[in-house]
Write a protein that binds this ligand. Structure first.
Ligand SMILES: NC(=O)c1ccc[n+]([C@@H]2O[C@H](COP(=O)([O-])OP(=O)(O)OC[C@H]3O[C@@H](n4cnc5c(N)ncnc54)[C@H](OP(=O)(O)O)[C@@H]3O)[C@@H](O)[C@H]2O)c1
Length: 244
């Protein structure tokens, strides 16, 4: 077999949001690419389903609510030394600005920005991330475009991209890399409650609606050694949709 770097053999990868949608697909595809996966989310049963789909290996699952500092610290301790982390846990929600409650803003910013930021801080402080490790944040094209009603969500994704670029510089001395994935609409439970609406929206994408695996394959690229000189970027997985 050709020896190329497009694999995750000998790597331990932490994936948050692994009980559903994009995080689940990333956990499964990382395992298929040879990684040992530490899969985390809150829901015990759906996390167990992900573990079953990952098949054999020394994979670990750990339930953790990332809104809880104690559970986050326990996750860091359980994960041990890792070669990569994918922050796929996230929430959405529609609220026009004039009706925005601070509690809603706190929840969206808390889950989509504060949690991945503080989990990264804890992993760095604990020296859990090995030299050469790869950090991948889940952003969205919403960080770059405007859509009515998604102010909190867009803000959280813009914030994570800002942090990503700073972290890329701060971690480069240890050959670490920090990047973001910015998907357009992906067919997951986050957005597929109204099937007809989703399919109508999907028509705007020249390459069609994205599937969780499309994001997982890009995550594998950013996690593996093939991308060892790629840092500080937001990789747009937008199905070729025109932005203007
Ligand atoms: N789907 C899209 O169209 C799309 C597009 C662009 C970007 N994204 C981003 O991609 C990421 C994954 O989205 P998705 O579509 O896969 O959503 P999803 O299917 O709803 O999955 C969200 C995941 O986040 C976990 N989660 C939520 N709150 C959590 C918390 N407080 N602590 C721990 N885990 C938590 C959920 O697990 P539990 O409920 O088990 O905790 C679940 O595993 C998000 O950051 C989202 O913004 C999605």
């Amino acid at each position: 077999m050709t020896d190329h770097p497009f694999h995750l053999r000998d790597k331990r990868i932490l994936v948050t949001g692994a009980s559903s949608g994009i995080g689940r697909a990333i956990a499964i595809e990382c395992a298929r690419a040879g990684a040992t996966v530490i899969a985390s989310a809150r829901d015990v049963q759906r996390l167990a389903d992900t573990m079953a789909a990952m098949g054999e290996g020394e994979h670990i699952s750990m339930c953790a609510d990332l809104a809880d500092a104690g559970q986050m610290a326990a996750l860091v301790a359980r994960a041990g030394a890792i070669d990569g982390v994918v922050h796929a846990a996230g929430i959405q929600g529609l609220t026009p600005m004039r009706m925005m409650r601070q509690s809603f803003l706190d929840q969206v910013i808390g889950t989509n920005f504060m949690a991945p930021a503080m989990l990264t801080q804890k992993l760095l402080a604990a020296k859990s991330l090995r030299n050469g490790a790869s950090i991948v944040f889940l952003s969205s094209i919403a960080a770059h475009t405007g859509t009515v009603g998604v102010g909190a969500y867009s803000s959280s994704k813009g914030a994570i991209e800002g942090l990503m670029r700073v972290l890329a510089l701060e971690t480069a001395p240890r050959a670490m890399r920090v990047n973001a994935l910015a998907p357009g609409l992906i067919d997951t439970p986050l957005v597929n409650g109204d099937r007809a609406f989703l399919e109508e929206k999907g028509k705007a994408y020249p390459l069609g609606l994205g599937q969780p695996e499309d994001v997982a394959y890009a995550a594998i690229y950013l996690l593996c050694d093939a991308s060892r000189k790629v840092s500080g970027i937001s990789l747009h997985l937008d199905g070729g949709i025109p932005w203007t």
